[in-house]
Design a binder for this molecule. Sequence first.
Ligand SMILES: [Zn+2]
Length: 275
Amino acid sequence: MIENKNIHSLIKKHNENKLSHVFLIETNDKQKALQDITNLIKIINCTENSFIPECTKCNLCHLIDTANLPSLKIIYPDGQAIKKSQMEDLKRDFLNVPYLTKFNIYILNDAEKLNASSANTMLKFIEEPEQNILGFLITNNKENVIHTIKSRCEIIKAFYEKESSYFKNQNILDLALKYLYKIEVEKEQSIVYNKIILEEKLEKEDLLELFQNILTIYLNCINKKEVPEKMNQLIQYSQQELIKRIDLVNRIIERLNYNVNVNLLLDYFVLSLED
Ligand SMILES: [Zn+2]
């Protein structure tokens, strides 16, 4: 999942061939921004066209997860600065034409730690976009990034709420839990239980949030993060079963964005779970 919507929107830009070649990501949470960018790189390169970052099928995603993809370099400052020698190494690595991905990609953490000489070396990639190089610079304050670099970047703001941004609306979460409990824990996977949701006569926005909550619960299971106590049983599902569910919920969310018949969509959800 890509949590930040501005980073998420780059998928669409990529698919339309409108992606810039260097981004400056200004964020209040560098860790989360790095995670979102890594997930973005997986999604746009995944050979299974799996639209979730949890792809476990393709070698490419596996190489990214294990930091072994030759065309992806993640750089951290060496001490107090990003050094000129680090940028020279990167330049040398990127003389190789990428063969597993369309782009050679770098992620530069703490971009405010570029100094005049490392920035100067770096300008070479930035000014030769025809070389199929894609860059993401992460900073907590764009004003501290050296001007020659900043001025050549597309700036993306990626702010994260300190509290988890999931589960904002307690009522919708309660409803999602009640529904999921029936169809997953009590295992009465009957379309009768769709009444629980249909009776609420939810707006599209709320339905979307409901399925986002369900998606988050499945994602937390697969990532071994905390899940609501009632749902503990889901942790025992195999990874394959969880991926099937994540794929399914993603399809539901996608269709909700169009004007689909909600009754039929919920029936489809429950019946697909039964398969
Ligand atoms: Zn993949």
